[in-house]
Design a protein around this ligand. Structure first.
Ligand code: NAD
Length: 356
């Protein structure tokens, strides 16, 4: 590779354009051109002085291209990735890498055969909100976190494009679920005992326009992941419970807080009136300093590190950060989630042991 890593982007729509903008800002990369099947996107590329490859074959024949970055709809990722690797190109592929785990297995096989790099853009591993929750988890800042809830809510339904159709790999589980599952699997770093998923079909009957997915890990810890596209009031992005506190992140602006339990000793609760009844269990804590309200920690994170890792891996200087076995595991888990929704039951996943 020359000093710069030369990237050709295949699929110059929303995300393809985003990659181009980002790569053009980075000294280590050069965007050598784009290929898109739509004339409108070719025109758009020309207005940005980008070279347009009329056919995919022209990209693959171009010796200057080090990396093919695939940002097309999902159903065609595998075909393009396999062609690119067989033509001696490295590949960055958008998520979900494939439509199912079988396709991902095929890609891994071709990657091994050709010796090229295939890496998936799991960019949301670099989201600050996730990294803050992971830090609380890793550092046991609120004790042992036993429940993590992550919700992504919007109210516009599925955008009116290929995401509404099954044959293109549409639906919210493949679209957002792939990020949310990827991240909690990394965070918990243990086997998933079972999976339960229910889909929403508020307006779309072909694919899910929302889902609720619960993963129960081997230790009994749980992750609840939810995506909704008809939510006119959003619930917090993250809500987590530890043995010594709770934390909340409301949205991507990083509003939220950590509440830390200072002592397990407290005065006995007095019952309170709650609705039409009385409760002692849910009586609030007295303001006696048993808990402390803390600001969220903040983390500097830069998605440029993803691209730089790809370049360094190709040059043999480091290990790839987003590993294909991790991507394959996520695809298998999503399949278990589809099965769970279809059967209306909990599906065993990695280990058939009894949950503690
Ligand atoms: P989009 O519809 O905006 O763009 C897709 C583009 O691909 C279109 O311009 C279309 O003409 C082109 N295309 C379709 N088939 C093609 C082919 N065979 N060859 C070349 N071009 C082709 O969609 P999008 O929102 O940009 O999504 C593209 C991919 O990026 C999807 O896999 C999606 O899941 C992913 N994505 C990832 C993120 C993220 O944060 N990682 C965000 C959005 C989208």
């Amino acid at each position: 590779m020359t000093q710069k890593c030369n990237v050709a982007v295949v699929g110059f729509g929303g995300m393809g354009g985003h990659h181009v903008d980002h790569l053009m800002e980075m000294d280590s990369f050069k965007v050598v051109g784009i290929h898109d099947i739509r004339k409108s996107q070719e025109e758009l590329a020309r207005t940005k002085d980008l070279h347009v490859y009329p056919e995919l074959e022209n990209v693959l024949e171009d010796e200057a291209v080090d990396v093919v970055l695939i940002a097309t709809p999902n159903q065609i990722h595998k075909e393009i990735a396999v062609k690119a690797m067989r033509a001696g190109k490295n590949v960055i592929c958008e998520k979900p890498a494939t439509m199912n785990s079988k396709e991902m297995e095929e890609i891994i096989k071709v990657e091994k055969e050709t010796g090229q790099l295939f890496v998936v853009n799991q960019n949301r591993r670099w989201d600050e909100d996730y990294l803050v929750i992971k830090k609380l988890y890793d550092e046991k800042a609120i004790g042992d976190i036993f429940n993590v809830e992550c919700r992504v809510h919007g109210s516009r339904g599925i955008p009116g494009d290929w995401r509404q159709e099954k044959e293109y790999g549409g639906g919210m589980l493949l679209d957002w679920g792939v990020h949310l599952v990827d991240r909690v699997l990394l965070m918990f770093n243990e086997k998933v005992h079972d999976v339960h998923c229910t889909f929403n079909h508020v307006r779309n009957h072909e694919v899910d326009d929302g889902f609720k997915l619960t993963l129960t890990f081997e230790s009994g810890k749980t992750a609840f992941l939810e995506v909704g596209t008809y939510n006119y009031i959003n619930l917090p992005l993250w809500y987590v419970n530890g043995t010594e506190g709770s934390a909340v992140i409301h949205d991507w602006s990083m509003k939220g807080e950590v509440v830390h339990l200072e002592t397990h000793e407290q005065k006995d609760a007095k019952p309170i009136t709650a609705g039409a009844g009385l409760t002692k269990t849910m009586a609030p804590r007295y303001d006696d300093g048993t808990v402390k309200h803390l600001p969220l920690p903040r983390i500097d994170s830069d998605i440029s590190d993803f691209y730089l890792n790809v370049k360094d891996t190709i040059n043999g200087n480091t290990e790839v950060l987003v590993k294909n076995e991790e991507v394959l595991r996520v695809m298998r888990l999503l399949e278990a989630a589809f099965e769970s929704d279809a059967k209306g039951q909990v599906v065993a996943f990695e280990k058939k042991v009894s949950v503690k």
